[in-house]
Design a protein around this ligand. Structure first.
Ligand code: ADP
Length: 208
């Protein structure tokens, strides 16, 4: 098995920026959001389960998922968020495990997973990296770069684990409290640390 680094962080924390940086350093990125998009592509069986739970109209006339409408409904209440997670997460995990198993043992996989902690997926990982930023910066980035309203941004953040919960499972925290250039620099140092850890072997397989 390859060495698996779990990468997580709150929405708008800078996690995707870090994932791209690790990829440039040679990581094989397994992207949970991309898996979710594939699982919900037109005609896929999971779409009818989503429709039963979130309304017929979450598919447009061509059968494509209206992601923003689904997100609006799913993040509206805690019960709905839990429902979406129950439908999606076992499938995402299964697919991630399949993709990781295909990677050769001498590579480093970065499992880019926004809800790593919420779904206890850290047990798939040898090492966990958390990108950490304060909530005000998260909100500002979500409003600026994704066009979310401030209240939607708060809603999304409140449906995720707290910073403290995430940091609690981290082997390494990358603070994203400066410029993008600062973040890229920190990624470089984090990658050096990851290489050192990978050279020492797999804590996950040693403990099982
Ligand atoms: P995530 O994947 O955690 O949701 P992204 O990496 O997509 O977050 O970052 C969200 C937005 O904020 C992107 O447009 C990204 O370019 C920007 N961003 C990330 N870090 C910084 C930073 N330190 N300074 C300014 N903009 C940043």
């Amino acid at each position: 098995m390859p060495f698996v680094v779990g990468l997580t962080g709150g929405i708008g924390s800078g996690k995707s920026t870090v994932a791209s940086c690790f990829q440039e350093h040679g990581a094989v990125v397994v992207d949970a959001d991309e898996i979710a998009r594939t699982l919900t592509s037109r005609g896929s069986p999971v779409l009818s389960v989503l429709q039963q739970n979130f309304g017929e109209d979450i598919l447009d006339s061509e059968g494509n998922l209206n992601r923003s409408l689904l997100a609006e409904r799913a993040f509206d209440t805690e019960v709905n968020t839990a429902k979406l997670n129950e439908i999606m997460h076992p499938k995402i995990r299964e697919r991630a495990e399949q993709l990781i198993a295909k990677v050769s043992a001498d590579r480093i996989v970065v499992y880019d997973m926004p809800l790593l902690v919420e779904t206890n997926s850290q047990d798939l990982c040898d090492f966990v990296v958390v990108v950490d930023t304060d909530v005000e910066k998260q909100i500002a980035r979500l409003v600026d770069s994704r066009g979310l309203s401030e209240s939607d941004a708060w809603n999304r953040i409140n449906r995720q684990a707290s910073r403290a919960t995430r940091i609690n499972v981290a082997d390494l925290v990358i603070p994203n409290d400066g410029t993008r250039a600062d973040l890229i620099n920190r990624c470089g140092s984090a990658w050096t640390r990851i290489i050192e850890q990978a050279a020492q072997g797999h804590p996950r397989s040693l403990s099982t």
